[in-house]
Structure formats: structure tokens, C-alpha cells
Ligand binder design. Structure first.
Ligand code: NDP
Length: 281
């Protein structure tokens, strides 16, 4: 039976670490500040924003809430990002995705100052990751790496398979695992014999967006299985991994909820403290 990797407990520890950083900054006269921008009234996005603001309050980060109507134009949103870039009291900028369909998310992400890119989505942040330079790492894959460290799972020499190649999860996940000396394969919707490729993995990361797609037939006995998926179904929130089927086969597994999700939010706090530190000294 697999060890269950407790994302809630780990996230609490990471937030505590961030809170120590926040206190130290305040002692030096600087209040770390995250600007959170939400366009439109998507209830899912609004609930994510509320949770991030709650995390900020718990850690000692000031959060500045910018709620814009759904009909906000590209120029208006860019003007807000420009103002936040120029505001020395703001250290991190988070524009909640997805944006309403008439807005261009890539242009907005590129507009954010790389020094305030606490989501780690800016091309400069991704470029620095590719080049192995320090910089903001996307919160979800960074949270997964933190989980592996906390459970003494060293990817060195492991065959890692990442299912999903998005810019926010799959690609940076693969790069972070490569940086940690895993031998990495990235799979996607056109991969042939996906179960066969996954069964070679010592470490399997599912970032697909398909409820419970990864069952025991995809998993090598003893593999570490990380479930990034968040799928809202009639039975509630489920991951991309069929937990009941995989837990008996894997050596360690993340649950959904209570796995990668809380770690993603915690890493946003870590990145915001790092941005404030960089601005401080
Ligand atoms: P995307 O939709 O951007 O990417 C999904 C990826 O999965 C694509 O690369 C796609 O392939 C691949 N894929 C889809 N169907 C299949 C299939 N049948 N077989 C193999 N590969 C497939 O999603 P995201 O990366 O943004 O998110 C993935 C999941 O993670 C979602 O459930 C999302 O909600 C969740 N998520 C969770 C977070 C957290 O904090 N826990 C944070 C961010 C996301 P192709 O490229 O060929 O289309």
C-alpha cells in the first residue's frame, strides 16, 4: 500500500517558512505585497483568489485585490499591469487565469515585470528554468518538487514520465525533474501506447485534466505517483489518477484533494516572499 503524501501538512509547513520570511522582511521595514487581479465573475476563479488572499493573510503578506468587470478591455488590463509593475510597494503580481475569451493571456503574462512574476509563467522565468538559472518557478511543479524532497524521494536516476505538456504544469515539471537528474519522458494526447510508456516510470506525474484516467494498468509496482489533476465531477473533486486502483500498486501517491493543490498555493507565498526579498536588498 502506497504512502499517502500529505499535501495539506506540507503546505502548512511551507507557509510557516514563508511566514518567517515575511516577519524578517517586516522587521527590516518592508511589507511583502501581492497584487491579485481577477477579471470577470467566474466562480471557480473567484474561489481560487479568495483562498490565495487567505493564505497571504496567514503568512503576513499584504494582498491587494483588483477586481475588474468581465468587459474590461485588453488596454485597461495592460494599464493596470503597468501600474502594478511601477508600484514599488507591490512585489508580486498574479493575474488569475483563465481570462475572459476576448483578452489575450499571453500578452498579459508578458507584460508582467519578470521581477514580479510570482506565478512563474513569464517567458523570461521559463527561459531561466530552461537555462538552469535562478528565477521564479511555476508554483505547481515547484510544489511537486518540494513534496518529493519532503518525502526523501530523490529523482536522480529515476525514469520519470510526465503526462501533459502544458506551459504551466507539464513542461516546467519535466524541466525541474531533468534538473533533479531524472530521465524524463513527456507524454501527451498523441503519445502511442500511453499505458506502456507510463508503466516504465519510477515516478509518474499526471497533469492531464481527465478524471481518474490513470488506473493501475498504467503504473509499475512501487512507482511514485503524483496526481496534479483537478476535475470537478458529480462525485466531487477528483484527480487524473484513480486513487483506489493505484494506491495498492504505488509506493507513494498524492491524494486529490489534499495533495498538489495546497502545495501550489503555498509555493505562491514562497515566490512572493522571494520577490520581496529581492526588492528589499
Ligand atoms: P492542459 O489542458 O493545458 O493540458 C493537458 C495536457 O494533457 C495536454 O498536454 C494534453 O495533450 C494532455 N492530454 C489530454 N488528454 C490526454 C490523453 N487522453 N492522453 C494523454 N495526454 C492527454 O491542462 P493543465 O496542464 O493546465 O492542467 C492539467 C490538470 O492539472 C487539470 O486537471 C488542471 O485542473 C490541473 N491543475 C492543477 C493544479 C494544481 O494546483 N493542482 C494547477 C494547474 C492545473 P495535448 O498537448 O496533446 O493536447
Amino acid at each position: 500500500m502506497a504512502t499517502i503524501i500529505d499535501g495539506n501538512a506540507l503546505a502548512a509547513a511551507v507557509r510557516e517558512r514563508a511566514a518567517v520570511g515575511a516577519r524578517s522582511l517586516r522587521d527590516r521595514g518592508l511589507t511583502p505585497c501581492l497584487a491579485v487581479v481577477l477579471v470577470g465573475d467566474d466562480p471557480g476563479s473567484a474561489s481560487y483568489v479568495r483562498m490565495k488572499e487567505r493564505d497571504c493573510a496567514a503568512v503576513g503578506i499584504e494582498s491587494r485585490d483588483h477586481r475588474l468587470p468581465a468587459e474590461t478591455t485588453q488596454a485597461e488590463l495592460e494599464a493596470l499591469v503597468d501600474a502594478l509593475n511601477a508600484d514599488v510597494a507591490v512585489h508580486g503580481i498574479l493575474v488569475q487565469m483563465p481570462l475572459p475569451a476576448h483578452l489575450d493571456p499571453e500578452a498579459i503574462i508578458e507584460r508582467i515585470s519578470p521581477a514580479k512574476d510570482v506565478d512563474g509563467f513569464h517567458p523570461e522565468s521559463l527561459g531561466r528554468l530552461v537555462r538552469g538559472l535562478p528565477g521564479f518557478r511555476a508554483c505547481t511543479p515547484a510544489g511537486v518538487m518540494e513534496m518529493l524532497r519532503a518525502y526523501d524521494i530523490d529523482p536522480t536516476g529515476m525514469r520519470a514520465v510526465v503526462v501533459g505538456r502544458s506551459t504551466i504544469v507539464g513542461k516546467p515539471m519535466a524541466l525541474l525533474l531533468l534538473e533533479a537528474n531524472a530521465t524524463v519522458t513527456v507524454c501527451h494526447s498523441r503519445t502511442r501506447d500511453l499505458p506502456g510508456v507510463c508503466r516504465q516510470a519510477d515516478l509518474l506525474v499526471a497533469a492531464i485534466g481527465r478524471p481518474k484516467m490513470i488506473d493501475a494498468s498504467y503504473v509499475k509496482p512501487g512507482a511514485v505517483v503524483i496526481d496534479v489533476g483537478i476535475n470537478r465531477t458529480e462525485e466531487g473533486m477528483v484527480g487524473d489518477v484513480d486513487f483506489a486502483s493505484v494506491q495498492p500498486v504505488a509506493s507513494a501517491i498524492t491524494p486529490v484533494p489534499g495533495g498538489v493543490g495546497p502545495m501550489t498555493r503555498a509555493m505562491l507565498m514562497v515566490n512572493t516572499i522571494a520577490a520581496a526579498e529581492a526588492a528589499c536588498c
